[in-house]
Write a protein that binds this ligand. Structure first.
Ligand code: SF4
Length: 228
């Protein structure tokens, strides 16, 4: 099955949201330099994505085989119980922004650049998800990412990248030996249709995580995912 490569994903980034995220306002002495960085990012940014539909060929107690490639995770396996098709993806803010902000040495500007890249990535991710939903007529979807839970470790990036093919050639994202992605502001995972909502955060007890999307449910693993 062919992969879909988006080499210029639309995105939105604006100074107001960056200021808010940085807990500052237009009165701040930094607001002018922040606005300048946002304008540069808006002009140069070029997020990219690769995804494809992939088919589940076999399911075990704690693994699934997708297009011939094995993924080991009890949580993923249970979440895909009723499902035959998934959508693996990698989305990146793009090397253009990395290169643009690379020369920055000032700590504050560097933090600001990080916030901007994150916003570009989040915006691009929403656009890609909408495109996948429209393209395949999906109503409700959830996603899981390698490394978000102990149950599905970061090393599962390797089969995910294998499933998608030459991700570096497609969109310039490569895996390091420790399975981190470069550019750093990239996300990877598997979208799948699901009624109701699943978030890895429901199974993650990490306290004070700035990215938490929903509350930890201490009983969920035992009730739904634990092997009997
Ligand atoms: S709480 Fe934070 S670390 Fe845990 S799954 Fe959610 S985003 Fe990831």
């Amino acid at each position: 099955m062919e992969v879909i490569v988006l080499d210029s994903v639309p995105f939105e980034v604006n100074t107001e949201n960056v200021l808010r995220k940085m807990h500052t306002t237009t009165d701040s002495p930094y607001s002018e330099s922040i606005a300048k960085l946002v304008a540069e990012a808006a002009a140069v940014g070029n997020p990219k994505a690769v995804y494809k539909p992939a088919y589940i060929e076999a399911k075990g107690e704690d693994f699934v085989i997708v297009d011939g490639i094995r993924f080991t995770s009890r949580v993923l396996r249970v979440n895909l119980d009723e499902i035959d098709r998934v959508f693996p993806y990698v989305i990146t803010c793009g090397r253009e922004l990395e290169d643009l902000f690379h020369p920055i040495k000032d700590i504050f500007d560097s933090y600001c650049a990080d916030v901007i890249k994150e916003m570009v990535l989040v915006s691009a991710r929403q656009k890609v998800k909408s495109q996948i939903d429209r393209q395949y007529g999906l109503q409700h979807t959830s996603y899981m990412s390698p490394g978000s839970l102990e149950d599905w470790p970061i090393t599962e990036q390797i089969p995910l990248f294998q499933l998608l093919g030459d991700v570096k050639e497609y969109i310039g994202v490569e895996l390091t030996e420790s399975c981190l992605m470069l550019p750093v502001k990239s996300v990877s995972g598997v979208y799948f249709p699901q009624e109701g909502t699943f978030e890895s955060c429901q199974l993650c007890s990490r306290e004070k995580c700035p990215n938490r999307r929903t509350a930890y449910d201490k009983d969920l693993y035992e009730q739904k995912y634990k092997l009997k």
